[in-house]
Write a protein that binds this ligand. Structure first.
Ligand code: HEC
Length: 187
């Protein structure tokens, strides 16, 4: 049998080894714990690129919103008919645009800019648009598309309107593109 002393010594050694092991474990824990911090730093610098772009976008949008209202000729000059095509998805339930396109709920809109209001033969227009008369130009089209019922009280066109001036300019450019000879843009 070992003496109590031997037991104590062994005990002390075990405790010492245990402390060594524990501190080693802590050391191991600390190293990987440190690496993710570095990773995190690295990934934030990678993430910074899209984050910066997103920030730029937000800034751009805020700037666009804060900009003073641009005049219609300026908006039209920079508007894109291709964007207008996307917005025109809101119209195609009721309208066709191509030459010879059929009337749906609303009349065919071929060459509508510069055309007589309520000028499509065989379409049953409301009294409101017939009474208004005149030709479709750019500024009145812009007002009409902002809020049809405000511009033309009593119109049969059931459409809330397009709030965004840039969207209206884009769709007007799209409408204008359907014509044998597109109407000259306003100056
Ligand atoms: C729910 C159906 C509907 C939608 C959606 C609609 N319209 Fe109309 N639209 C009509 C009707 C109906 C008329 C005829 C108005 C009247 O008789 O008062 C009309 C008339 C018009 C006219 C006048 C045509 C003419 O011959 O004088 C224009 C221009 C027009 N719409 C453009 C648009 C555009 C652009 C959009 C999409 C942004 C749109 N509409 C969305 C139903 C619609």
């Amino acid at each position: 049998m070992w003496s109590t002393n031997t037991n104590n010594t062994i005990g002390a050694i075990i405790v010492a080894l245990w402390i060594l092991w524990v501190s080693n474990q802590i050391g191991n824990l600390l190293i990987p714990a440190y690496e993710p911090v570095q990773d995190a730093v690295a990934s934030t610098s990678v993430a910074k690129v899209p984050a910066k772009k997103a920030a730029e976008k937000t800034v751009g949008e805020t700037a666009a919103r804060a900009e003073p209202a641009q005049s219609l000729p300026v908006l039209l000059a920079s508007a894109n008919a291709n964007k207008g095509k996307k917005i025109a998805k809101k119209c195609i339930a009721c309208h066709t645009f191509k030459k010879g396109g059929k009337n749906k709920v609303g009349p065919n809109l071929f060459a509508i800019i510069g055309k007589d209001r309520a000028g499509v033969a065989k379409f049953n227009y409301s009294g409101a648009i017939k009474k208004m008369g005149g030709k479709w130009g750019f500024a009145d089209m812009d007002q009409f598309l902002t809020k049809p019922k405000a511009f033309m009280p009593g119109t049969k066109m059931v459409f809330n309107g397009l709030k965004n001036a840039g969207d209206r300019a884009a769709i007007i450019m799209y409408l204008r593109s359907f014509a044998d000879a597109p109407t000259a843009l306003p100056k």
